[in-house]
Design a protein around this ligand. Sequence first.
Ligand code: PLP
Length: 401
Amino acid sequence: MSEQPRRGEHTRAVRTPVPPQVLQRPVGLPVYRSATFAFDTSQGYADVLGGTAPGYSYSRVDNPTADAFAAAVADLEGYGVDGPVTAQPFASGMAAISTTLLALLSAGDHVVASAELYGGTYSVLAHVLPRFGVRVTVVDAGDDAAVRAAIGPQTKVVYAETLANPTMAVADLPALAAAAHDADAVLLVDSTFASPVVCRPLEHGADIVVHSATKYFGGHSDVTGGVAVGAPDILAPVRALRIDLGGSLSPDDAFLLHRGIATLPLRVHRSNETALQIATALAAHPQVERVHHPGLPEHPDHTLAATLFDDGCFGAIISIDVRGGADAAMAFCDRLRLADVAASLGGVHTLVGHVASTTHRQLDEAALAAAGIAPGTVRISVGLEDAADLLADLDQALTSR
Ligand SMILES: *Cc1c(COP(=O)(O)O)cnc(C)c1O
């Protein structure tokens, strides 16, 4: 045998020594930052791409780091559910929501959706799906008779949010599931505001749960992601459409989301406790007309929340109606020194936003009133700062003029 000719500089720069196979299990999650995976044989490539052998081929299809994140979410959401639960990882909450809806619906189908929805979701339902021949009826999801009256033979999806923005209305998941299932429709639930630490909708009859992982799973306002969770058979078309539409999660973002999950229960319990303390204090504040938080006994869904949510958990989002209307509410936000005026929620930092001028700016005054939103409503996503510091900040911003 003749000696291998010495390879050129460019070849050696590209064809670096193959990293060692690691036999020990890494304790930290490795980031598989590779768009594609090489096979020893063409048959091996064909088998993995054809789905007849397990493995990885291309990261839009599957990526080990993204899979690790999805498996962790499935484990949390699937607690208490009979049978297997799987999850599909997405690049954002909207990718998860839009892909799941498109996977479940065809032209001629009908959706019954709660009137209280995240703005991006509302936009997909109101403006995108109708272009493809899907009809959408919006109802008060808390009115069982209205939900049942809206459901027809073409209804394929009933859509609600576990905790709705900004009134913190709680979805009656068992009632919605019964109404959907009586019509052979799927109950699809956005549980972003709750997280599986507060409530696991699959336990209460939901068929698919979607999340903006940008919020509580990530938890540090440094990553966007999404996830859809459900039984493997119902999630199969969602997976197929994720691959076709391409809203798959990147390995780096998956790493951050997976890391966030390690402290999810600690963060959610702590922020839920602080939120209840703040809600209770602000309910007695002279500059606050009303506090929307299901942990307060006067919230219309307090009993429902206590039934569906884990002990002591009512979420960490509070909405308050600041006395004096929109100008007073915006001035209150601007006077805060600790909390940031910012979009998003569910992170370690307490964030606030004036609802009528931001998340619900598309609604006119009548629509705002119908949705239970006052001109002075401010949403507070309670973070991990000390409750005493947050309360002092909120009080000075409410009181000083
Ligand atoms: C943020 C959010 C979304 C959208 O998620 P992105 O990660 O921003 O795409 C959907 N639903 C709810 C309830 C949200 O709060």
